[in-house]
Design a protein. Structure first.
Length: 238
């Protein structure tokens, strides 16, 4: 087993700092970058399985027409950045998670294996973009807590605001292909549900943070047509 790094802060507190990443999180390149930067700064300890990375690499090429060799190069970089990335031996736990859809049981089993053997006694976060696929009842009595991606990032920001802001700023600056300005980076975070971190960065950078409409699209308050003032409002302003 690879040597485990000691993370700064209280590892037993919420949110868990040991994180099993679902394949759908890796689909979004900007969020994948952020997760890897958070790991590099030792705010979290990221783990995944060969099955998870196969699901990601296969589907990102099929569904998003990504460059296959480029994805493999990215994967090699991720593995190099996280020497102890791979969770193994979780297959024996798959049948324990009948409450989880069959296609996702391997993810639940891997998170459970992390908490049981690889990090015994440590809480583990299962971070996914489809939290509804992992019913809470499936993890009762375990050390695993499932988090939606945005909720986890915001919880981590709430616990370590200064460090997470610094990591996010560094992450944006390193984006070159393509680069993202501050307002667009804030919009990316909002689009992935990271409202707390997005709002904090918008304030720090003095840019406008978009809002989320009922249909899930983003809009800016400054773009909304201004309603004409009522007679009462005009009178009060005098």
């Amino acid at each position: 087993m690879p040597k485990r790094r000691v993370l700064d802060g209280n590892e037993a507190a919420q949110p868990p700092r040991v994180v099993l990443i679902d394949a759908n999180v890796f689909f979004a390149p900007r969020m994948r970058d952020l997760v890897m930067h958070l790991h590099a700064d030792e705010l979290i300890n990221v783990q995944w399985t060969s099955e998870i990375e196969s699901e990601w690499t296969r589907n990102v090429v099929k569904k998003q027409d990504a460059d296959a060799e480029g994805i493999q190069e990215c994967l090699r970089g991720m593995r190099a950045a996280v020497p102890g990335w791979e969770v193994t031996g979780y297959e024996k736990h798959v049948d324990q998670f009948e409450a989880v859809d069959a296609k996702d049981r391997h993810v639940a089993a891997a998170a459970y294996k992390l908490s049981l053997d690889d990090w015994p006694g440590q809480p583990v976060a299962l971070v996914t973009k489809n939290i509804k696929d992992f019913p809470a009842k499936a993890f009762e009595g375990t050390q695993v807590t499932r988090f939606a991606l945005g909720a986890y990032v915001d919880a981590l920001y709430a616990a370590e605001p200064v460090r997470v802001l610094k990591v996010a700023e560094s992450c944006r600056k390193k984006l070159k292909h393509p680069p993202l300005d501050k307002e667009r980076y804030v919009a990316v975070l909002m689009n992935h549900g990271c409202a707390g971190l997005a709002g904090a960065l918008a304030q720090a950078w003095s840019v406008e943070c978009p809002l989320v409409a009922k249909d899930g699209t983003l809009y800016y308050e400054s773009d909304r047509p201004k309603k004409p003032a009522t007679k009462a409002a005009k009178k009060a302003a005098r």
